[in-house]
Write a protein that binds this ligand. Structure first.
Ligand SMILES: [Zn+2]
Length: 397
């Protein structure tokens, strides 16, 4: 029996095991910054599955390894989730982890504990096959992604010195093969004015009026932003505004506007800040805020809220290997596409230039939505893909 058939057979054998593991981790809530319990459970699962090495890093990410090869492939799932939202909109308890009608139900099944469960099975299959090829395969179960995408991987690369040759992101792709997404960043624009009595506004300098003019300039700037044939258009929007004033009967002397910026190909932190400064033309201060929330281990690894754009060319060797592995597993060529949302690849490929591809179970339209659920078929096929990819990479050099 050839390698692909052997892997597909094992993934089918482990179908219920994969669904059960997903069910168990869905039953452990894990909001960003509160992942300790689910990481502990996953650690036990990796140990039971026979991984060669299992450890938790200084931030709180869980890292399992199979193989001892000189090259490094990493396969990543973030295991934090967003909150449930309005419980009245859920037909079942979001933390039930019910396995029913060929589906696993609950918060995080699609985004993206399903990828995590499939990875455990993928590693288990590699171990059972006695994999000793040219790759060390790292399975990373990462934290805080929903709060600050890529921070966990910035830590793995810069502090833990885990610098892979290539990385698979297992966020939902509906079993498509993804090769990029837009980046994003946040900006704060601070305006100063001069306070005066509200009964005589001409004596003061109203910071809110400055910010209103700037808001209209931002609306116009959005229309001029450039587009990329694959990733689509960049965008900018005012998402929050706050002012300060000695009283409601006084002219405000300060105002702050928060901006959400989506970055397409070729747009950077520097270019985006420069455009805003030029568009506003007022005397305002533009800053990129810092994310400095501690992890569940108490570790602070601050970074600016800049999440760079990334894409790989359609004929990049890693994309071609991903397409080949997916074709072998699915029996037909996968859809090659991009995510609409952002992933950990902003740090891995966007900041550090390490090639990434995406392949994950579940339909991304269910991410962050009520009644999130995932087909067990997808879990099975994804687990086979993760086990097969190291073999395909080796052949396709
Ligand atoms: Zn996600």
């Amino acid at each position: 029996m050839n390698t692909t058939e052997q892997i597909k057979e094992k993934a089918a054998e482990y179908r219920d095991y994969t669904a059960e593991n997903l069910s168990r981790i869905v039953q452990i809530p894990s909001l960003s910054g509160e992942e300790e319990a689910v990481i502990a459970r996953l650690k036990t699962m990796l140990e039971e599955a026979g991984f060669d090495d299992v450890r938790i890093d200084g931030l709180g990410n869980l890292i399992g390894r199979v193989g001892y090869g000189p090259k490094t492939l990493a396969i990543d799932a973030h295991i934090d989730t967003v909150d449930t939202g309005d419980l009245a909109q859920w037909e079942t308890d979001p933390f039930s982890g019910l396995v029913r009608g060929g589906l696993v139900l609950g918060r995080g099944t699609v985004d993206q504990k399903g990828g995590a469960a499939s990875m455990i099975t993928g590693g288990r299959i590699l171990k059972e096959m006695g994999y000793d090829g040219e790759y060390s395969v790292y399975f990373t179960f990462t934290i805080m992604e929903e709060d600050c995408d890529g921070l966990c991987w910035k830590y793995l690369i810069e502090a833990e010195k885990l610098v892979p040759d290539c990385v698979v992101i297992t966020e939902p792709t509906n079993l498509g093969l993804y090769r990029g997404h837009r980046g994003r960043m946040e900006m704060e624009v601070h305006f100063s004015g001069r306070s005066a009595h509200g009964s005589a506004p001409e004596r003061g300098d109203n910071a809110i009026y400055k910010s209103c003019r700037a808001g209209l300039a931002i609306e116009a700037l959005h229309q001029r932003l450039k587009t990329d044939p694959f990733l689509g258009k960049g965008s900018i929007a005012v998402t929050y505004i706050a002012s300060q004033s000695p009283s409601l009967c006084a002219i405000p002397d300060g105002c702050m506007m928060h901006l959400d910026r989506r970055l397409t190909w070729g747009e950077t932190l520097e270019s985006a800040v420069q455009e805003v400064t030029a568009a506003i033309g007022e005397d305002a201060r533009v800053i990129v805020p810092l994310y400095d929330r501690p992890s569940y281990r108490g570790t602070v690894f601050a970074q600016d809220k800049y999440f760079p754009t990334w894409k790989l060319a359609e004929d990049h060797p890693f994309v071609r290997a991903g397409v080949k592995a997916a074709t072998l597993i699915l029996g037909e060529a996968p859809r090659v596409d991009k995510w609409v949302f952002s992933t950990n690849a902003v740090a891995i490929c966007g900041r550090h230039g390490i090639p990434c591809i995406g392949f994950g179970p579940g339909n991304e339209v269910l991410a962050h939505a009520p009644n999130e659920h995932i087909p067990v078929d997808h879990l099975q096929q994804a687990s086979a893909f993760y086990a097969l990819l190291p073999f395909v990479l080796e052949q396709s050099r």
